[in-house]
Design a protein around this ligand. Sequence first.
Ligand code: LLP
Length: 421
Amino acid sequence: MDHFLYRDGALYAEDVPVAEIASAVGTPFYVYSTATLLRHFHLFDDALAGMDHLVCYAMKAASNQAILKTLAEVGAGMDVVSQGEYLRARAAGVAGDKIVFSGVGKTHEEIRTALTGGVRQFNVESEPEMDAINEVALELGVVAPITVRVNPDVDAKTHAKIATGKSENKFGIPISRASAVYAYAASLSGLDVIGIDCHIGSQLTELGPFRLAYQKVAELTEMLRSEGHDIRRLDLGGGLGIPYERSNEAPPLPSEYGQLIKETLGHLNVEIEIEPGRLIAGNAGLMVSKVIYVKSGEGRDFLILDGAMNDLIRPAMYEAHHDIVPVTEAEPGIEQRPYDIVGPVCESGDTFAKQRMMPPLQAGDLVAFRSAGAYGAVMASEYNSRPLIPEVLVHGDQFAVIRARPSFDEMINRDTIPSWL
Ligand code: LLP
């Protein structure tokens, strides 16, 4: 459920007409709903009620300061994967002890920043990384809390580019080597080995793969405990999918996911962390774009939008589906027709949808891409020298620009000319 609904034929973001935002900020733009962000956070938080837990928002999904602050204010922790994300989380007021540092290639500098500013734990993905964290911790005279990310070799049944839990993926250490790796970690005096981490992929639409992975984590917890490790925290990653296609998808609910966690891990008396990104931000955001031209091609009509693959890359990169809806609702009974919906970038890959049934549209009409809140703005680029598009946050009947569109001069003047030119 989200808060982007039609009222009298006009699409609203909470209590604000989307067309009003378009007039104020120009198109294309991203708009997020505070109520939806909060609703999704609370769904997870409630799903784990009764267990000692922390929901650490995977801020790679959408990392605008206003979004982070909205979630931090209701108690969210953050899952970060770079120094930039760490500093963004801190700047949004998130305490160090609520920040989990994930990622397969943390540098010494990143480790130093997090250990100096405070960190809940590092999720460590290899022995060389363990050595690096140990080294920096000893240098700073602190002890670094860590979990080891294990790769349970489970098929997440999702798009290959976002599956992470198979043995061929670069992530984590094989669960079969866990015993040796934990023994090694325990031998390093700069580390405090507090738990296990596991993340098998993103946009999972079934609970089965989670069940398999969490059962393995449960077994591993018992084994490592029997080997003398004080396993007291399990980070279960993110990955629960969202319905991108409202007509035919119904991924499991956070409550069902929470129930599964309780069933598989509840008996272990551990603290649970989860790192959802997409489910919190995905359906809390739209990308709104304007039709520039309707072009009749050979046997097909193209809707050429002012938004493009540089603004929302998911369709080009993952063959992802986004529902695209008119901002002014079609009259009931109006016949839909197929369009290829494309952007102006000079690549055939700049195609959002092929032969998508839409009500008839014309130049100047606004359309909204649903489910664009996660991995939308954060993956945007200025390819074709198209300035990054603005982000807007709605709260009830108010809205605010939370990242302005850079001017062309700002974009151009980021470059510098060397002295010999
Ligand atoms: N934790 C870790 C360690 C992760 O690698 C990820 C996502 C998450 C949590 C959050 O997963 P989520 O709950 O959002 O599924 N750009 C892609 C998605 C990449 C996901 C990468 N890792 C897309 O647009 O579909």
